[in-house]
Design a protein around this ligand. Structure first.
Ligand code: ADP
Ligand code: MG
Length: 499
């Protein structure tokens, strides 16, 4: 089968900015292709090249196997390519029918405009996009944004395109309107029209496209059948490994002010030699060490979960009673332990109850839970943290590992902590959730929360930590500032007591 359209090595710059680099893409007749990528990835620009608005600087295109170089949008349309942009282009004071046929009036053989034919064709087109109830004589300004978007799509269909390109068509549509649009896209594809569909909604692309293509920084980084890829893989392609592990922090916010936490000579007398560390408000301290270096023991001693044998801890200048979890929690210290399966979740309970679990005392001052407040607080947290689920009522075990971990985060935030201790926060979660969790940590720190994050992954420490406390065989061996932190330096310190 000859492809409908084939791009090879397409590149495009605007002035000094290279926006597209070496794009190869083949679209078969009747195929529905999802085009994904972060903002600025080059999706619209690429489609502007295909549709004739922009001329590429390099590479070539073929249509039906013959060289194709449209010099204008009109030439693109004449070749059967229609690009429905994100921004609406309708004339608001004209009627729906007039808008549909603007520039494409149907005429009789005599040359006169055939109003009757236009009206009946308008009805058919509106029906097709799910606007069967809309009067074609109505001025466009009377329609909602979503309806205008659908008129825009109906207008593109007037010329019976062979390739229909839709740029984020569903962002202004209701779920019912979007469903109708997807049904239309399937009908068009069955009749041989190819559709390229730009969207930010990955699930939508997975459910409605045959193939999904991902652009990142102007390069095509993945091209797969929708059945063979997954949400998390697509996110990984969109975000990219480099970006995932890029340091998001901005030094030590609040450094110089009174420390949020002042830890002096804290020890458990057995596994842990005395540790001293100040944590500033809004600071993320990474805690690195090899297996058995005492990271977890340090966090648990700080949290009052293990007996201590000396040292002191102050939170915002107030000393806390050591050796008591209740005292630590009351002072604003919260620990999210490693291993959500064994210690983190209440598997028989809903997502909502898992989030509110540690705040039930506050949420039930009269002995019974204030369900409204519980719902409101847990809903806000799950949306802030981007927990993907159908309903907060579903059992937590039905969520993916990454989303379970976010629910545990949400629970920790319910306790409104001042110092949050995270032990291996991304252990066992997929890479998409990892990126989300790094973003959450960064956001919490920006809001002034102080964090100590234990991790056995150097890439993770480098992605999130403003400073790094390195432990070796139960001893604090170094506190590294951001500019001293590198995989090599951290590892060298971690091996100090192993030599
Ligand atoms: N006409 C233009 N002139 C200059 N820069 C542009 C122009 N169009 C797009 N860009 C730049 O090209 C990059 C890709 O933009 P775009 O194709 O709109 O990305 P996307 O649709 O994936 O969000 C962005 O950095 C954008 O600022
Ligand atoms: Mg765009």
């Amino acid at each position: 089968m000859t492809p409908l359209i084939a791009l090879s090595g397409i590149s495009k710059s605007f002035g000094p900015v290279q926006v597209l680099t070496g794009i190869d893409l083949v679209i078969e007749p009747g195929q529905v292709v999802g085009l994904l990528g972060e903002n600025g990835a080059g999706k619209s620009t690429l489609m502007n090249v295909v549709s004739g608005r922009h001329r590429p600087d390099g590479g070539r295109m073929e249509l039906d196997g013959a060289a194709f170089a449209p010099g204008s949008v009109a030439q693109g349309i004449a070749s059967g390519i229609r690009f429905v942009h994100q921004e609406l282009s309708l004339a608001p004071s004209l009627s729906v029918a007039e808008n549909l046929f603007l520039g494409n009036y149907l005429s009789r053989r005599s040359g006169f405009v055939d109003r009757k034919a236009m009206r009946s064709r308008a009805r058919t087109l509106l029906e097709a996009v799910g606007l069967g109830d809309v009067d074609p004589g109505l001025a466009v300004s009377h329609l909602r944004a979503g309806e205008q978007q659908l008129v825009e799509i109906a207008k593109a269909m007037v010329t019976r395109p062979r390739l229909l390109i839709l740029d984020e068509p569903t962002s202004s549509l209701t779920p019912a309107e979007a469903g109708r649009l997807f049904a239309l896209v399937r009908d068009l594809a069955r009749a041989g029209t190819s559709v390229i569909f730009i969207t930010h909604r990955i699930e939508e692309a997975l459910a409605n496209c045959d193939r999904i293509v991902v652009l990142r920084d102007g390069r095509l980084v993945s091209d797969q059948s929708a059945r063979e890829t997954s949400r998390d893989e697509l996110i990984r392609h969109m975000v990219g490994r480099e970006a995932l592990f890029a340091y998001r922090g901005g030094g030590r916010p609040g450094a110089g002010a009174q420390p949020r936490a002042r830890i002096q000579g804290l020890t458990d007398g057995t596994h842990l030699a005395p540790i001293s560390l100040d944590v500033a408000p809004g600071e993320v301290v990474g805690l690195f060490g090899l297996l058995g270096s005492g990271r977890t023991e340090f966090l648990e001693t700080l949290y009052g979960f293990r007996p201590h044998k000396g040292g002191s801890v102050e939170i915002d200048g107030t000393p806390i009673v050591l050796g008591s979890v209740a005292a630590a929690v009351a002072a604003g210290i919260t620990l999210v332990p490693e291993g959500r399966k064994t210690r983190g979740i209440f598997p028989t309970h809903s997502v909502r109850r898992n989030i509110s679990a540690s705040s039930l005392a506050r949420l039930s001052p009269m002995g019974f839970v204030r369900a409204g407040q519980e719902r409101e607080e847990t809903d806000r947290l799950s949306s802030d943290l981007g927990i993907r689920m159908h309903s907060a009522q579903q059992a937590i075990t039905t969520l993916s590992g990454g989303n379970q971990q976010k629910a545990i985060f949400a629970r920790a935030m319910e306790a409104k902590p001042r110092l949050l201790l995270l032990d291996e926060p991304t252990h066992g979660v997929d890479v998409g959730a990892k990126a989300d969790i790094y973003d959450i940590i960064h956001q919490l720190a920006r809001e002034g929360l102080s964090l100590i994050v234990a991790s056995s992954e150097l890439t993770e420490i480098l992605a999130i930590a403003d400073r790094c406390l390195v432990m070796s065989a139960g001893e604090q061996v170094a506190i590294l500032d951001r500019d001293e932190m590198s995989e090599e330096t951290i590892l060298r310190h971690a091996f100090t007591r192993h030599a």
